[in-house]
Design a protein around this ligand. Structure first.
Ligand SMILES: Cc1cc2nc3c(=O)[nH]c(=O)nc-3n(C[C@H](O)[C@H](O)[C@H](O)COP(=O)(O)OP(=O)(O)OC[C@H]3O[C@@H](n4cnc5c(N)ncnc54)[C@H](O)[C@@H]3O)c2cc1C
Length: 610
C-alpha cells in the first residue's frame, strides 16, 4: 500500500455517508475521501422542485432500480426496488417526507442489543443534531401544520420544514381519518405517530427546494480541504492488509472503478460502508466477507466467514385504493392540462407557490386496532406465536443464530402488536392518481388516492451477489408477503383506505372507486388483486444488521463488522428491526451517531451531541 492520503474512506456518498464524512471532517486534521458511484445531481429540476417528486425515479442515471428475483408470493413478479444513484443517495429522489417512527420500535433495537443507548431516548439527541428545523409560518399553521419544539433540532444540517401549498383534499382526508378514530398528531416526529397530520419535510423552507444529503452535509462544506468527494466512482471491493481472516481482519484500501479504469485508494484508520441496504452487503461480499458457499458460487474467494451478510432484509410494501373525484385541483390536473402545468411551474419559479410547491402527503399511521377486529388480531397473533420458530427458521436461510435473532424480533413485534404499539400501516392521502395503471391506460380524470403501505413487515429476505463482477447487480429477494400477518395487514389497509374514501367529509368529493374496483368485494379478491400489483416502498433495511453475533448480527453496537479491525457500516442496512416510518430521518440519525465512536477518539466513547 502507498502511504495513505486519507484517515477514512467512506463508500457511498448517500444519506448516511455524507453525514459521516461531514462530521468527521469537522476535525480539521482528519482527512476523508468519499467514493460515490453517481454524480452531483443537485442542479436538476427533477431534484430541487418539490412538485416534481417522483420524476427523478425515471431518470435511469439517478436510480439503481434494483430488480428483485421473482417473488414467490406475488405471482412470481419481478419488482423494482428504487434507490438513489447520486451524491446524496436516495435523498435525491425520495418523497421528502420526514417523520420518525414510534419510540417502542427504536427501543426494540436497544432490546435486541442489550444496549440502552440504542433506544428512542438515547437516539433523540442524534435525530435533533441532524436537523435544522423551520417552524411552520402563519399560513402553514392555518393549513394544519403542527410541531413540538422539544423533539426538533434547530442547529443541525438537514433543512426541515413545511411546503407552501396544501391540497384541499388532504385536509378533508385528515378530518375523515380523525372521524375514524385517528388522533390529530401534535407532531409526526414525536415518537408517537399513531395519529394523523401533516408530516414535516426535508425542505429548505426559505426557498421551497428539496434539502437532500448533498444540500445538508456536502455543498456548504465542499471547500473543506480535508474532505474529498470522488463521484462516478463505483467501489468494487475492500483491500485487506492481512488476508487470513480471524479476529482482526484489517482493511487498508478500497478498489474502485472510474471511467472504466480500476483504481485504489488507501487509508490509515477505517473504511465506512454507506452504500445502502443493497450496495453495502454487495461490497462486503465482493471483498470476501460473507457466507462462504454464496461467495464461492459467485466466484469470490472467502476471506472472513460471516454467514448472515445480506440476510434479515426487510422492506415496506406499497398498495393503493383510489377513487374518482369532483375536485379539479389535483396532481392529475397537471398531467391532463399541459398549459395549466406550465402556468403552475412558472408560478413556482416566480415566487415558490402553486401546485409545484406542494409535497402532497398528509400521513396517518394506523395501529392494529384501526386495521383488525379484536378477534382477528387475537387469532393472527396466536397463530404467529404458534408458528414463530418455524417462520424464524424459514427466514434465516439455514443460519441457527439468525433464526434466534428473527425469533427475538418476532417476539418483540407480536408483543407490540398486542399492546397496539406495532404500527402496521402508513395511510396517506395523495391528491391525484397513485396506483398500478399507467397514465395512458387509465380514465383521463381527477382522482383521490389513499396509499396504504405495510410498515411493520415480519417477512425477511436477503440480498446476495451472484457474480464477482462489481458492476453486476445482486440477487435481491425481499421475500414480500412471506408472513401471514403481512398479508392480512395489507388487505386490511385496502379496506381501511376504502372506509376513509367514503368517510365524511372526504365523501363530499368521492364519485366512485376506480381501484381495486367494485368487483374486489371479498378479502380473497382483494388479496388476489394485491398479489398482482403491490410494489416496493423503497424502504429496504436490515441486510447488515446490528445485533449480537449470537442472534445473527453483522455489526456490533459501534457499527463495526464482526471479525474486522476497522470496517464500519453506516446506512439503513444496520437497522435490525424495521421501523414504521419513512427512513431518511432515521438514517441521518445513524450517520450522526457514528461520529460518536472510535472514529475520532480511539475508544467507543459517545461524544455528547451539542
Ligand atoms: C423513491 C424513494 C422514495 C422515498 N421516499 C422517502 C421519503 O419520502 N421520506 C423518507 O424519509 N425516506 C424515503 N425514502 C427512503 C430513504 O430515502 C432511504 O431509506 C435512505 O435515504 C437510505 O439511506 P442510505 O444511506 O442507507 O442509502 P442511500 O442514501 O441510498 O446511499 C447509498 C449511496 O451509495 C452509493 N453506492 C451504492 N453502491 C456503491 C458502490 N459500489 N460504490 C460507490 N457508491 C455506491 C449510491 O449511489 C448512494 O449514493 C425513499 C426512497 C426512495 C428510493
Amino acid at each position: 500500500f502507498s502511504t495513505p492520503l486519507y484517515d477514512y474512506v467512506v463508500v457511498g456518498g448517500g444519506t448516511a455517508g455524507l453525514t459521516v464524512a461531514n462530521r468527521l471532517t469537522e476535525v480539521t486534521n482528519i482527512k476523508v475521501a468519499v467514493l460515490e458511484a453517481g454524480f452531483d445531481a443537485e442542479g436538476l429540476p427533477e431534484v430541487f422542485i418539490p412538485g416534481l417528486i417522483g420524476t427523478g425515479l425515471s431518470l435511469t442515471t439517478l436510480n439503481w432500480a434494483y430488480a428483485t428475483v421473482p417473488q414467490t408470493n406475488l405471482n412470481g413478479r419481478i419488482l423494482t426496488v428504487n434507490a438513489g444513484k447520486a451524491l446524496g443517495g436516495s435523498t435525491i429522489i425520495n418523497s421528502m417526507i420526514f417523520p420518525r417512527a414510534e419510540k417502542e420500535q427504536y427501543d426494540a433495537w436497544g432490546q435486541l442489543n442489550n444496549d440502552d443507548t440504542w433506544t428512542w431516548d438515547g437516539l433523540l439527541p442524534f435525530f435533533k443534531k441532524s436537523e435544522l428545523f423551520t417552524p411552520p409560518n402563519a399560513f402553514q399553521t392555518a393549513s394544519g401544520a403542527r410541531f413540538l419544539s422539544a423533539v426538533h433540532g434547530f442547529a443541525g444540517r438537514v433543512k426541515v420544514g413545511f411546503p407552501n401549498y396544501f391540497f384541499a383534499q388532504s385536509a378533508l382526508w385528515r378530518k375523515a381519518a380523525e372521524g375514524l378514530g385517528f388522533p390529530a398528531s401534535p407532531d409526526l416526529a414525536n415518537g408517537d405517530p399513531h395519529a394523523v397530520g401533516i408530516a414535516p419535510n426535508s425542505i429548505n423552507a426559505a426557498n421551497n427546494t428539496r434539502c437532500s444529503a448533498t444540500c445538508a452535509y456536502y455543498t456548504p462544506f465542499a471547500n473543506r480541504p480535508n474532505l474529498v468527494v470522488i463521484t462516478n466512482a463505483t467501489v468494487s471491493r475492500i483491500l485487506w492488509a492481512n488476508s487470513t481472516g480471524g479476529a482482526n481482519l484489517t482493511a487498508r484500501g478500497v478498489e474502485y472503478i472510474v471511467n472504466n479504469q480500476t483504481q485504489s485508494i488507501s487509508f490509515s484508520k477505517e473504511v465506512i460502508l454507506s452504500a445502502g441496504t443493497i450496495g453495502s452487503p454487495k461490497v462486503l461480499e465482493l471483498s470476501g466477507v460473507g457466507n462462504s458457499t454464496i461467495l464461492k458460487a459467485a466466484g469470490v474467494t472467502p476471506v472472513l466467514s460471516l454467514p448472515t451478510v445480506g440476510e434479515n432484509f426487510a422492506d415496506h410494501v406499497h398498495s393503493w385504493a383510489n377513487a374518482f373525484t369532483n375536485i379539479t385541483l389535483t396532481k392529475d390536473a397537471l398531467l391532463l392540462n399541459p398549459a395549466f402545468a406550465a402556468e403552475q411551474q412558472a408560478l413556482w419559479f416566480k415566487n415558490r407557490t402553486g401546485l409545484y410547491s406542494a409535497i402532497p402527503r398528509s400521513l396517518g399511521i394506523a395501529a392494529p386496532s384501526d386495521v383488525f377486529t379484536p378477534s382477528q388480531l387475537n387469532t393472527l397473533i396466536a397463530q404467529a406465536q404458534a408458528n414463530l420458530t418455524q417462520f424464524a427458521e424459514q427466514f434465516s436461510n439455514g443460519n441457527p443464530a439468525l433464526a434466534k435473532g428473527i425469533a427475538a424480533q418476532h417476539k418483540i413485534a407480536l408483543t407490540l402488536y398486542q399492546m397496539d404499539k406495532e404500527l402496521p400501516l402508513e395511510m396517506n392521502a395523495e391528491p391525484g392518481y397513485s396506483g398500478p395503471t399507467s397514465f395512458s391506460t387509465r380514465p383521463a380524470r381527477n382522482y383521490t388516492t389513499i396509499n396504504s403501505v405495510l410498515y411493520a413487515p415480519l417477512s425477511r429476505g436477503r440480498t446476495h451477489i451472484i457474480s464477482s463482477d462489481p458492476l453486476a447487480p445482486p440477487a435481491v429477494d425481499p421475500a414480500y408477503w412471506a408472513h401471514p400477518i403481512d398479508v392480512a395487514a395489507q388487505v386490511g389497509g385496502i379496506k381501511l383506505a376504502r372506509r376513509m374514501l367514503k368517510a365524511p367529509p372526504l365523501d363530499s368529493i368521492y364519485t366512485g372507486e376506480f381501484e381495486p374496483g367494485a368487483d374486489k368485494d371479498t378479502d380473497t379478491k382483494i388479496e388476489d388483486w394485491l398479489r398482482s400489483v403491490v410494489a416496493s416502498d423503497n424502504h429496504e433495511v436490515g441486510s447488515l444488521s446490528m445485533m449480537p453475533q449470537s442472534l445473527g448480527g453483522v455489526v456490533d453496537t459501534s457499527l463495526k463488522v464482526y471479525g474486522t479491525a476497522n470496517v464500519r457500516v453506516a446506512d439503513a442496512s444496520i437497522i435490525p428491526f424495521p421501523v414504521s416510518a419513512h427512513l431518511s430521518s432515521t438514517v441521518y440519525m445513524i450517520g450522526e451517531r457514528v461520529r460518536g465512536f472510535g472514529c475520532v477518539r480511539r475508544s467507543c466513547v459517545l461524544i455528547t451531541p451539542s
